[in-house]
Design a binder for this molecule. Sequence first.
Ligand code: ADP
Ligand code: MG
Length: 255
Amino acid sequence: MTSTLHTLQSHFRHLRMVETASELPTIMRDAEKHSWTYQEFLEHILNYELKRREEKSVEKRLKSAKFPYQKTLEEFQMHEQQSLSTRQVNQLKELNWLEQQYNLVLLGPPGVGKTHIAIGLGLEAIHKGFRVQFCTMGELVHNLKTQDYIQKSLSQLKRLKEADLVIIDDLMYMAMDQREANLFFHLINDLYEKSSIILTSNKGPEQWGELMGDEGITTAILDRLLHRVEVIQLSGDSYRIRHRSTIFSGESVQV
Ligand code: ADP
Ligand code: MG
């Protein structure tokens, strides 16, 4: 029996049903214990293989997305952010905008939850089968500038261009020179109408021009980014500051 089981496992592996192969002894034991019919047995095997494949593919996409941290939309406290309603968040969660290659621009001062919401939507997308890539504007510009001689930059850009959703965090954190703005334009052009982009920024589009330097390039970038877009303006004080942890609990330091 043991050698037959081994043979069966190797057949499953040969057919690339590796998950079932390793789980087969347990499945067989359960089948005997619960007196499954042939049909139930087959159902269990196929469901198990499909479930594990799906889990592994989510894990793979999560790793590839390169989120700086993982926070879900369920963890986002709606009462802390008055500019966005639960209904709006639920609507965004349905991801129709992603299926229709709409972009999202999340604006607002530091600490209001732009990155958190972007990551939360990214996680949602991954669980629904989409490929997501997260990068900061700093990383992106570095990759664009070094793609000709650093293999890692090139492969990260390739992955970015193949993603269904690209999250570019802190768009205007840094000013760009003409060459950088040009490279950025070409990337946005490559992604245009193929993928969705989520941009976070503490400055509105009207101020992007001065940071990208060149008027013509800025207009061309804005043209593509804002063609199909939902702009979400977040407001309020920084969540970090309101919920900061203190060393001297509740007391001010007296000298
Ligand atoms: P931003 O990108 O706008 O600067 P972040 O999204 O990085 O801000 O938020 C800063 C920190 O505060 C993160 O740890 C984030 O999870 C948390 N945070 C911000 N707003 C909320 C909220 N409404 N509910 C829960 N956590 C929040
Ligand atoms: Mg942020």
